[in-house]
Design a protein around this ligand. Structure first.
Ligand code: THU
Length: 131
């Protein structure tokens, strides 16, 4: 988990969050062991902003990986932050219910949850699989 925390912290320093001033960093471990990071990237046209998790997922897929084994998010603390609803669904595309999501503040781990806990009874790729 240390490698994910290090990367997510570094990503958080690169967040573009001039509107919310709420910097977030995320890191994912893919099935081949590689790790990928992202930060939130806000936009003057507010709804066009991207979450840190979305950036990390895009980096992972661009690197040729499509399976997330583990995820870590670093927020501002002291309150625990969790991936937003949209990001939970984005993670679901590439991860199983038991995928661990480590929720961190600047000082480190606060809590670990699973994707299934955050997104129960989820809709996923199997529901649209062609027979
Ligand atoms: N944000 C993330 O990047 N990830 C989360 O898990 C929660 C929220 C971002 C979106 C926006 O740029 C800022 O945090 C405030 O909502």
């Amino acid at each position: 988990m240390d490698d994910l925390l290090r990367l997510a912290r570094q990503m958080r320093t690169r967040a573009h969050a001039p509107y919310s001033k709420f910097q977030v960093g995320a890191a994912l471990r893919a099935a081949d062991g590689s790790i990928h990071g992202g930060c939130n990237v806000e936009n003057a046209a507010y709804p066009q902003g991207l979450c840190a998790e979305a950036g990390a997922i895009a980096a992972m897929v661009a690197a040729g990986q499509t399976r997330i084994l583990e995820c870590l998010v670093v927020g501002a603390g002291p309150e625990v932050i969790t991936p937003c609803g949209g990001c939970r669904q984005k993670l679901r595309e590439f991860a199983a219910d038991d995928m661990k999501i480590h929720l961190c503040g600047p000082d480190g781990l606060q809590r670990t949850v699973t994707l299934g806990e955050l997104l129960p009874l989820s809709f996923g790729p199997q529901h649209v699989a062609k027979p």
